[in-house]
Design a protein around this ligand. Structure first.
Ligand code: GLP
Length: 260
């Protein structure tokens, strides 16, 4: 795990954008794993800027989003499909038929989940997955106690997650209880992973993910087993890390050939 600590969210998001744009330029048919939540918003804004001003071309890319609520239509402003259209898809030239989110309106959820896994495989697997981090250490919507080998499936959201996400709804009662999420096993098959976490609110989970033992009770800790993960933090999210100075030393002394 590489841990990079930036002065602020902007610096970390610019770095994440450069990982994405490098991949897309080198591999125009790249398969992207995308996330929702407030954390990747600046990353998406920078990708939109690079598309508009520098010609970053999404026309050959395929994307798979991590998750979607069950029971929300695409046009519902709280749905993840709606969110992704607003922050990214409406502003870049990604082809509609290559954009994938789990279908939370399906009346056969197990079949939908199986189909999602098949589509990921048929696309050749995910080249680069961006992840945010839930306050309880979840990735996608894989809540604590999720199987570390899980595949795309329905999950029941915890009270904490529903409270965290209530800000996108009028009342907490409106926050769906269920979602479809890529599994942890699915996420772990991505060839490269970028985890973003910002703000003091995430500091405890960040410490568990980077320095704690691997446990299904903090699902993101499994990322310690992935061969290519970079964790991008702002100073506030890094405050609880024991080895913070060491991570900074590693970054400063990184050989040129390892830099992007
Ligand atoms: C939701 C999403 C996660 C996201 C998390 C953190 O639960 N399903 O993918 O990482 O929220 O959200 P935020 O980035 O808003 O802190």
């Amino acid at each position: 795990m590489e841990v990079l600590i930036f002065d602020n969210e902007t610096g970390a998001s610019q770095y994440a954008a450069s990982v994405f744009s490098k991949l897309i330029r080198e591999r125009p048919g790249a398969v992207l794993g995308l996330a929702t939540g407030s954390t990747p918003c600046l990353l998406y804004a920078e990708l939109c800027r690079q598309h508009a001003e520098e010609g970053l071309d999404f026309s050959g890319t395929t994307s798979f989003n991590l998750d979607e609520y069950v029971g929300l239509e695409d046009k519902n402003p709280a749905s993840y499909r709606y969110f992704m259209q607003q922050v990214l898809f409406d502003h870049v030239n990604a082809r509609a038929e290559r954009i994938h989110l789990p279908n939370g309106m399906s009346n056969d959820i197990p079949a939908t989940c199986e189909d999602y896994e098949k589509r990921i495989s048929a696309a050749g697997g995910i080249d680069l997955q961006v992840l945010g981090l839930g306050g309880d250490g979840h990735i996608g919507f894989n809540e604590p106690s999720s199987s570390l080998a899980s595949r795309t499936r329905i999950k029941t959201l915890t009270r904490e997650t529903r409270q965290d996400n209530a800000r996108f709804f009028n009342t907490i009662e409106e926050v769906p209880r269920h979602c479809i999420t890529m599994g942890i096993g699915t996420i772990m098959e991505a060839r490269q992973i970028v985890l973003l976490a910002f703000g003091e609110r995430k500091a405890k989970a960040v410490r568990q993910v980077v320095e704690g033992p691997i446990t299904a009770m903090v699902p993101a800790t499994i990322l310690q087993m992935h061969p290519s993960v970079v964790v991008l933090l702002d100073e506030a999210a890094a405050t609880s890390l024991d080895q913070r100075d060491y991570y900074k030393e590693v970054a400063v002394n990184k050989p040129d050939w390892q830099r992007i």
